[in-house]
Design a protein around this ligand. Structure first.
Ligand code: SF4
Ligand code: SF4
Length: 376
């Protein structure tokens, strides 16, 4: 079975708790300090790690909510390290102290990701809806540097804070992050209020072009201090390629050792996955649906059995512009944006404005946009 050989998990984000001490405006899990449902048991968590190990040894990112609120986090992390996974933690930073850093080193945490969405306390705290959140990130970064723990910075942007993108990059660099990931916040549903703040297609294009210039400069200078990547903007891979060609450059991009395992824009369900705290397996953390639960069907079977996961691997069945695009193999389009826009995750990515060559020539369009597009 081709899918077995070709698609194996290389990176899994695992929501080990939904509890959180912040209330960020873009939060995918609508976390609160007291989650309605309890977390899964330590034993169930260990069993899940064993099941994953049956097919692959991916990077596993313990996430939340705020994962540091989970008391057995070190036990689970140690168990994963012993099984041969590269264990990482994604935290908002506010609970990090010397003790936490020591534990991270003890259990073999390889990388920590922090979130920084503004270069000043005003911008970040407004975005995170938590006074003091900025200080928490800065303090955590200082502690990680002190203890020699590598960390990367994820930054989420909407209309509210996009003006601050260059400053946030500078801040991430100044703080000593190994990588900086610029994330263009996704829709959280159809027509929901929070969606009004999302960057539109033109704004996204503007910032992705800005990012290209930044990455180009780093590559040309041979500056390896920090790796930069936009996340969840797969068409950046198309923009990068087009711009490099326009500039007559053959730019060699670097990859983070703990990257998602794909040299293309989106690898959701192909080499990455998300498991929520109730065991629902999804192609990525923003994907709204799941059709399989890894506490019921063991992960090593669920990974292949899930129809949704299988669909993610059928690039040749994508529709609209993505379905005929010459860049689909390096881009893939965002399946979540397609879902929220058209109610069909196999549709085209609505934030990309590219018209593929085949469509411009009027040939080979198996499902023209106008035929498949649903009204908002
Ligand atoms: S489907 Fe969209 S949200 Fe999910 S990983 Fe891909 S680009 Fe990101
Ligand atoms: S049309 Fe789809 S596959 Fe092509 S560049 Fe845009 S998002 Fe990527």
């Amino acid at each position: 079975m081709a899918q077995r050989e070709e698609f194996l998990p290389k990176w899994i984000a695992w929501e080990i708790t939904r509890r959180c001490n912040l209330k960020c405006i873009h939060c995918r899990s609508s976390s609160t300090i007291e989650s309605e449902q309890g977390d899964f048991s330590t034993e169930d968590g260990k069993k899940l790690l064993e099941d994953i190990a049956k097919i692959s040894k991916p990077t596993i990112v313990l996430t939340g909510g705020e994962p540091l609120l989970r008391e057995d986090i070190w036990e689970l992390a140690q168990y994963g390290t012993d099984l041969g996974f590269r264990m990482c933690i994604a935290t908002n930073g506010t609970l990090v102290d010397d003790e936490v850093c020591k534990k991270m080193k003890e259990v073999g945490i390889k990388m920590v990701s922090l979130s920084l969405d503004g270069s000043t306390p005003e911008i970040h705290d407004d975005f995170r809806k938590q006074p003091g959140a900025y200080e928490g990130v800065i303090k955590a970064a200082e502690l990680f540097n002190k203890h020699g723990i590598p960390f990367l910075i994820n930054s989420s942007f909407t209309k509210r804070n996009a003006h601050d993108i260059p400053n946030v990059y500078k801040k991430a660099r100044e703080l000593g992050a190994k990588a900086w990931y610029m994330f263009i916040v996704l829709p959280v549903g159809r027509g929901e209020e929070a969606n009004a703040e999302l960057l539109d297609e033109k704004e996204a294009e503007y910032w992705l072009n800005w990012h290209y210039e930044l990455e180009k400069e780093l590559i040309l200078k041979g500056d390896n201090t920090i790796l930069v990547r936009p996340t969840c903007a797969p068409h950046y891979y198309r923009i990068f390629y087009q711009n490099a060609k326009r500039d007559g450059l053959d730019l060699k991009r670097r990859n983070l050792v703990f990257g998602t395992g794909g040299g293309k824009g989106c690898v959701a369900g192909q080499s990455i996955a998300y498991i929520d705290c109730h065991g629902w397996l999804r192609p990525c953390s923003y994907f709204p649906n799941s059709d399989i639960n890894v506490f019921e069907v063991p992960f090593h079977e669920a990974w292949f059995k899930s129809k949704i996961m299988q669909d993610m691997r059928k690039v040749e069945e994508y529709k609209g512009r993505c379905g005929v695009c010459e860049y689909v193999k390096i881009c893939n389009g965002c399946r979540v944006r397609a879902y929220w826009k058209y109610g069909d995750y196999m549709q085209e990515d609505p934030i990309c404005n590219y018209i593929p060559v085949k469509m411009r020539l009027g040939a080979g369009s198996k499902t023209a946009v106008s035929q498949t597009k649903k009204e908002d």
